[in-house]
Design a binder for this molecule. Structure first.
Ligand code: GLU
Length: 512
């Protein structure tokens, strides 16, 4: 069996999209599974479409996801250069060789002439295929046009290359046998008049030069494959195996796009997703583990990955499942690592401005992680440990501050806690034993009111752990502030406030 050599060949036209990341991953997994090499090739021939910074974004995104390549622009390799724009000489040499063998011919048609021909074809309800007029030029006509300095592109002489009217058949590892009628393929340009290779030609030249054995790429390239097979035939090179992996669709089954929320790897990173979780999720987007397990590492997938478990139907991208998965990975992280990863998110949320002690930050992160799915949610859940409570959840106010007895409940908690040692257990015991709680027969309304007073929220970590961590000073200040706000009829205003510029004055020593 020839050596397995696969490639990911992004065009640096934008950020790394989840679909592209998945394609790269399947290539990487395939190479690792079969002891092959994974090549990164940058397809930057089409200068008009290039975007500044896109190369870095792609490379950073792939690395962040944990993918590594054996050959590429940054790491080099025996078949470089790995930027397509630097391979123009190779493309031209291949094109000239095909022309010399009569498999390609010069086309002198101007863009205006071609447009006119397409317009006429549309009018006559014919497919807008090239009509082959320059193939029929006589040697003298050709020489005259050349002598006149008319710029010429090179076109593949499809009928000559294929040599029959049999359809072009793609044997696809995922899609099975796909036939393309020869009549659907016109004499396409392989080398533009400016000397740069056309897309379908450059891809094949590079895949040939780089000894690519398996082309694993997005489904949208299936329609390019018959043209590429013709180029292989013309070059006299055995084509690689093809595997076209299905599109990623949004939940509404339309093509996944910006309007469906985050679709770029960098966006997920900024939202606090973990690379292990995103990688796991992307691996499942079109492939399944042999034992159908859902949670696995890339290392585990690389032991078993094969194309036969890649489905041929479109796969639906479901951010809720990704988010669930991320929560699972988040909770499984070693404490030190979680803290290290969460700190930049806390800083970005403005929570670390006062440089709080590292042990406090650590304790907060570990306490709030239970309810968080992403690092950003860790920061959101942690905010009141660092900032004053500036507003109260409006529904919470209605339920826990508005009914009669709220002030008494908060006062009872204040009193009970004051006599405790402020350990979680001590706080719990003190509250349970307070006469007001005993006579009420349930501590639930006390707990709800206290939570709202000290955090501004109705949900969060276990109340006694929360209060213990918050500490005596802040807790007492916040309970007093809530009591005062209720007494003075200010809670409604604080409930409406969005947190900007309003303060319940419950800082307990201000920001920490
Ligand atoms: N450059 C193409 C893209 O970014 C990939 C071409 C290929 O894999 O053959 O979609």
């Amino acid at each position: 069996m020839p050596e397995v050599r696969v490639r990911f060949a992004p065009s640096p036209t934008g950020s790394l999209h989840v679909g592209g990341a998945r394609t790269a991953m399947y290539n990487a997994l395939y190479a690792r599974r079969f002891g092959g090499r994974f090549v990164l090739r940058i397809e930057d021939t089409d200068a008009d479409r290039l975007r500044e910074g896109a190369y870095d974004a792609i490379v950073d995104g792939l690395r962040w996801l944990g993918l590594r390549w054996d050959e590429g622009p940054d790491v080099g390799g025996p078949y470089g250069p790995y930027r397509q724009s630097e391979r123009g000489e190779r493309h031209r040499a291949y094109a000239r060789a095909l022309a010399a063998r009569g498999y390609a011919y010069p086309c002198f048609c101007t863009p205006e002439e071609l447009e006119e021909a397409r317009r006429r074809a549309r009018e006559e309800h014919r497919p807008p295929a090239y009509d082959g007029r320059c193939r029929r030029l006589g040697a003298n006509e050709r020489a005259a046009l050349e002598a006149a300095g008319r710029p010429a592109a090179l076109r593949l002489d499809v009928a000559r290359v294929w040599g029959s009217d049999q359809p072009v058949v793609v044997q696809d590892r995922v899609r099975g046998e796909v036939r393309f009628d020869l009549s659907s393929i016109d004499d396409f340009v392989i080398l533009k008049s400016n000397g740069t290779a056309a897309y379908n030609f450059a891809v094949v030249c590079d895949d040939v030069d780089m000894r690519i054995s398996h082309v694993i790429r997005a489904d949208e390239h299936l329609s390019n494959t018959p043209k590429q097979l013709l180029v292989y035939r013309a070059l006299g090179v055995e084509p690689p195996q093809f595997a076209h992996i299905p599109m990623v669709l949004a939940a509404d089954r339309s093509k996944l796009s910006k309007r469906h929320g985050a679709t770029g790897v960098e966006e997920f990173r900024r939202q606090g997703y973990l690379p292990q979780a995103l990688a796991n999720y992307l691996a499942l987007l079109g492939w399944s583990f042999p034992d159908e397990r859902e949670l696995f590492s890339l290392d585990e997938a690389a032991q078993v990955f094969d194309l036969d478990r890649v489905g041929s139907g479109a796969t639906v991208y479901d951010v809720r499942k990704l988010t669930w998965m991320n929560g699972v990975y988040l909770r499984a992280l070693p404490a030190d690592e979680l803290v290290r990863l969460a700190v930049p998110f806390l800083a970005e949320a403005g929570l670390l401005a006062e440089d709080p002690p590292a042990e406090y930050v650590r304790a907060v992160v570990l306490l709030v992680r239970e309810r968080a799915h992403t690092l950003r949610e860790v920061a959101e859940g942690a905010s009141y440990f660092f900032l004053d409570v500036a507003s109260y959840d409006p529904k919470g106010v209605e339920k826990h501050f508005a009914p009669p007895g709220a002030i008494e409940r908060l006062s009872a908690a204040l009193e009970a806690f004051a006599a405790s040692d402020y350990s979680a257990q001590g706080l719990e015991k003190a509250l349970d034993e307070h006469p007001a709680v005993r006579s009420a027969g349930t501590r639930a309304p006390f707990i709800h009111a206290v939570r709202l007073a000290v955090s501004g929220r109705t949900v969060g970590p276990g109340l006694f752990e929360l209060v213990a961590l918050l500490g005596r000073e802040r807790t007492e200040a916040r309970l007093r502030a809530a009591i005062a706000a209720i007494r003075e009829g200010r809670v409604a205003a604080l409930a409406e406030a969005d947190g900007e510029g309003v303060s319940a004055g419950a800082g307990g020593g201000g920001r920490r």
